[in-house]
Write a protein that binds this ligand. Structure first.
Ligand SMILES: CC1=C(CCC(=O)O)c2cc3nc(cc4[nH]c(cc5[nH]c(cc1n2)c(C)c5CCC(=O)O)c(CCC(=O)O)c4C)C(CCC(=O)O)=C3C
Ligand SMILES: [Fe+2]
Length: 409
């Protein structure tokens, strides 16, 4: 935080220097555990936690899936299949409970650090719906709101689609005669140490849970949501397009960072690979591969004694993790006789919660004209604050808020 005045830590601990060289391997805490300084989060008057949403009972499942897939060309069989995953869990997705927990953890962290910034929560696909939340913020008189979307990496699905949802909600609230707040969006956080370090800890714990005889030679299978290769190739700003785009490059860097942190702490270099899961869409459309289940087969065939599945694509243990990994991929591994463990997602790890606060304070300082230190680990550097024109393009050219091509300047 170079230009912004620095209040230090109310607990009286020394304030560590925010640095990209902070060792993920040493398990040290991340950037500045900083208080807000006299400007607080000015010019922002609220934080919006924006997420995917999920059903919370059997009657919600079909309407939820209709919301998710409207106009997306998902085959009927795939929908029935995905619906059955939710019914296995009584129609309850874990994601909303996890968002409530994150919202509450953020409120607590902000309060503990003297940051007066209300936290709202809205979803793309299920209640609390984003439009209802934007209306509530308008009624509460919020004028400028910073959005934290629970999606770490660049892609249409993880970035622009959320920005399109923001634009739709702004338009809907405006049409009701209300003045909605101006909305900005935080930079992608994939390479923030508060995201990377808890994942490295998770891998160490998962390795420890494997039988001692197979632990040292276990492979790390870093896994994320598959997307169409065409969407991957155009992910991120135009200059990053092609060859898997920013989406693949960002995941590869996180995987490498976690693998290196694990090697440093165990003294053992585990072989690793980036693989994909939760493929959807018609079979003739190419999506990123290999699939995690095929990868487990290949590992087994190649003589790997064990594997850790590391869900770097997801911030919490929602359905993609509980079903696609803990149920389906786990069954595949059992069938093969391959010992596997699944490492933890960051969830409400205090380092991740603190990272959100740091990102909020960083962006607020930028908007005040300061040049704060921008914490990031790995080779790619901190991501852009404002998505440039043609960043993560969609098929429809819908208006998107919180970017250089936003009609809501
Ligand atoms: C990149 C990415 C993320 C990570 C970034 C982020 O977190 O945003 C993500 C997250 C999630 N995806 C989720 C659920 C679903 N995703 C679907 C469909 C799709 N996801 C896609 C991509 C992503 N998805 C894509 C390209 C499609 C095809 C349809 C389309 O092009 O839009 C479908 C439809 C059925 C199916 O086709 O599988 C469902 C039900 C849930 C909630 C889980 C819960 O309930 O706990 C979460 C967090
Ligand atoms: Fe983007």
């Amino acid at each position: 935080m170079s230009d912004a005045p620095h209040a230090g830590d109310p607990a009286g601990r020394p304030v560590p220097h925010a640095s990209a060289s902070v060792s993920a391997a040493a398990g040290t805490v991340t950037g500045p555990d900083s208080g807000p300084g006299p400007d607080g989060a000015h010019p922002y008057d609220a934080l919006l936690l924006l997420s995917f949403g999920g059903p919370e009972g059997p009657d919600d499942v079909v309407p939820f899936l209709e919301n998710v897939t409207r106009g997306r060309g998902i085959p009927r069989e795939r929908l029935a299949e995905v619906g059955s995953h939710y019914f296995l869990f009584d129609g309850v997705s874990p994601i909303n409970a996890q968002c409530r927990a994150l919202r509450d953890a953020l409120r607590k962290d902000f309060a503990e650090h003297g940051l007066e910034l209300p936290v709202y929560w809205g979803n793309r696909n299920w209640a609390p719906y984003l439009t209802d939340t934007v209306r509530e913020m308008a009624r509460d008189g919020r004028r400028r709101v910073l959005t934290f979307a629970t999606s770490a990496y660049a892609s249409y699905s993880g970035c622009r689609q959320y920005r399109e949802n923001l634009a739709e909600s702004l338009a809907a609230v405006e049409a009701e005669g209300l003045t909605p707040p101006h909305l900005d969006k935080l930079r992608h956080f994939f390479n923030h140490p508060g995201f990377v370090e808890p994942m490295a800890d998770g891998v160490l714990a998962a390795l420890d849970s494997l039988p001692a005889g197979v632990r040292d030679a276990a492979s790390l299978a870093f896994t994320t949501h598959s997307i169409p290769t065409a969407a991957a190739d155009t992910s991120g700003p135009p200059g990053d397009h092609g060859g898997g785009g920013a989406y693949v490059a960002q995941h590869l860097d996180v995987a490498r960072l976690v693998a290196e942190a694990v090697a440093e702490r165990t003294g053992t270099e585990h072989p690793w690979e980036l693989v994909y899961q939760s493929r959807s869409g018609p079979p003739e459309v190419p999506w990123l591969e290999p699939d995690i289940c095929d990868h487990l087969e290949a590992l087994h065939a190649g003589g790997a004694p064990a594997a850790v599945m590391v869900p770097i694509g997801f911030v919490s243990d929602h359905m993609e993790v509980r079903y696609d990994l803990d149920t389906e991929a786990d069954a595949k591994a059992r069938e093969l006789g391959l010992p596997v463990a699944r490492s933890a997602t960051v969830g409400t790890d205090p380092r991740f919660v603190a990272a959100v606060r740091e990102l909020v304070l960083e962006r607020a300082a930028v908007e005040r004209g300061a040049r704060p230190e921008r914490c990031a680990v790995g080779a790619l550097g901190p991501s852009h604050d404002v998505c440039p024109v043609a960043c993560c393009p969609g098929r429809t050219g819908k208006p998107a808020a919180a970017g250089a091509d936003s009609p809501y300047a």
